[in-house]
Design a protein around this ligand. Structure first.
Ligand SMILES: Nc1ncnc2c1ncn2[C@@H]1O[C@H](COP(=O)(O)OP(=O)(O)OP(=O)(O)O)[C@@H](O)[C@H]1O
Length: 221
């Protein structure tokens, strides 16, 4: 279970953008989080993935309360998450070739020597052709780079996927392809998903359950 309870978070102390929000995702469940631009969805998604420390509230991952965020989170908890962001160019080191970009989490956390094997498995699954692996981000399209970012998110076989507007910049066919990759991975592994977005039709098709931002605050209940 991924449980966020009474999360208050922001960027300036005392002026939070997320106030008292609670949300839970069960293992294997896909939850869509819908809300208007700027309401705080990405901030909450980053808190959930242990990338942003909230001012208040708790995140419990498979029964373990997160004792810290970012580098203060234990590696075993950090690597339970695969995260894909909206803008692949902001999320990718421009110096890395796609092969190294995808394998980046393995260098930091994974078993040595596993990179080649995992790459060979993931690259066709996300629909990248092998000749793209030697290119750098500026030499590929947004859709190709987002496919690489999705492969990077899956390479440590996370139990939880956080997709923050993963397809917002992509055309309909690339969107469908990336959603299919996530769903194939989830059906193979039982991973849970929090998919953030403002495309109601997409999220309702994709997810088991879609929640509206306004329904999450304590005041709403
Ligand atoms: N790094 C940051 N520093 C300061 N303020 C930020 C930062 N990131 C986001 N904000 C502010 O926090 C609020 C919530 O932003 P957030 O990105 O979480 O919203 P969102 O619901 O994901 O929006 P969108 O759908 O447009 O991506 C906004 O007012 C935004 O300007």
């Amino acid at each position: 279970m991924l449980e966020l309870t009474d999360i208050t978070a922001g960027y300036e102390r005392g002026s939070p953008v997320v106030r008292d929000v609670s949300l839970a995702v069960a293992p294997g469940e896909a939850v869509g989080l819908l809300g208007p631009s700027g309401c705080g969805k990405s901030t909450l998604a980053r808190v959930a993935a242990l990338l942003h420390r909230p001012e208040r509230g708790s995140v419990v991952v498979d029964g373990q309360a997160a004792p810290g965020w970012r580098h203060r989170a234990p590696r075993t908890l950090r690597t339970a998450f695969g995260v894909v962001f909206q803008q692949p160019r902001l999320a990718a080191d421009p110096r890395l070739r796609l092969a190294d970009l995808i394998a980046e989490p393995l260098r930091a956390a994974g078993p040595r020597g596993a990179a080649a094997e995992r790459l060979a498995e993931l690259v066709p699954r996300v629909g990248l052709s092998p000749e793209l692996l030697g290119r750098r981000p500026h030499e590929v399209s947004d859709g190709q780079l987002q496919r690489a970012c999705l492969a990077r998110a899956l390479i440590l076989r996370p139990r939880w996927l956080i997709c923050d507007e993963m397809t917002a910049m992509l055309d309909a066919s690339t969107t469908a392809a990336l959603v299919a990759v996530v769903e194939e991975y989830r059906s193979m592994t039982g991973a849970g998903l929090l998919a953030v977005g403002h495309d109601r039709v997409l999220l309702e098709r994709w997810c088991n359950r879609t929640v509206r931002w306004e329904s999450l605050t304590r005041d709403a209940s």
